[in-house]
Write a protein that binds this ligand. Sequence first.
Ligand SMILES: Nc1ncnc2c1ncn2[C@@H]1O[C@H](COP(=O)(O)OP(=O)(O)OP(=O)(O)O)[C@@H](O)[C@H]1O
Ligand SMILES: [Mg+2]
Length: 222
Amino acid sequence: MLSMIRLNDVRLAYSAAGKQVPVLDGASLEVDAGASVAIVGPSGSGKTSLLLVLTGLEAPDSGQVILRDQELSALDADTRADLRRQHIGIVFQSFHLIPSLTARENVALPLDIAGEIGGRDKAASMLDRVGLGHRLDHYPNALSGGERQRVAIARALVHEPALIVADEPTGNLDGATGAAVADLLFELNAQTSATLVLVTHDPALAARCQRQVTLQSGRLIS
Ligand SMILES: Nc1ncnc2c1ncn2[C@@H]1O[C@H](COP(=O)(O)OP(=O)(O)OP(=O)(O)O)[C@@H](O)[C@H]1O
Ligand SMILES: [Mg+2]
């Protein structure tokens, strides 16, 4: 099986008040292409930090992060950013929408940056799939928290990335909307063989993944 992402003995500590606080302490994980994995663990256990390392947004203090066959630490920041743009869709806990762009423009942005044509139509169709077809021209500050979350999800998925990394994708959504967003993620997993790495506190969402790993004391336990 082709490996999509591999973490080898990753360590990461933050310095706070002059002290080094270890967050990842020998974390290892291998995710096959096309697989789905839920990462669970209590608040503060390091799940978001793990996703930052896994997507090359944060460099670990030691250990390797290998995306397909490329070790991220061996690449310069621009090459890492290119890899991310091409192959990874990231849904953060905070949505990072651009306030001066409408929902549709926010979603079309990754396609515009990549120089793809038809971004407006693709963005509209992806927003429709997350139930926001009637909010295309709204600005983020005129959207509810759950609507913003769905715009962020549409933006992360619009270029059909090979790897989808999502931090609590259904966290701010009501049951029905959350289920629709989860359905969309698993549809892309089935239709485009996108690999899914989801952080979630929701046992029902975790149970839909092929595999669940727990982050505990800085390590991943199956
Ligand atoms: N930039 C930072 N500087 C210092 N400490 C940090 C930083 N970011 C996170 N931490 C600390 O690292 C630990 C892990 O944080 P992280 O955000 O990865 O947890 P989490 O598992 O995602 O939690 P939650 O479920 O609440 O989102 C926490 O104790 C947090 O306070
Ligand atoms: Mg978090």
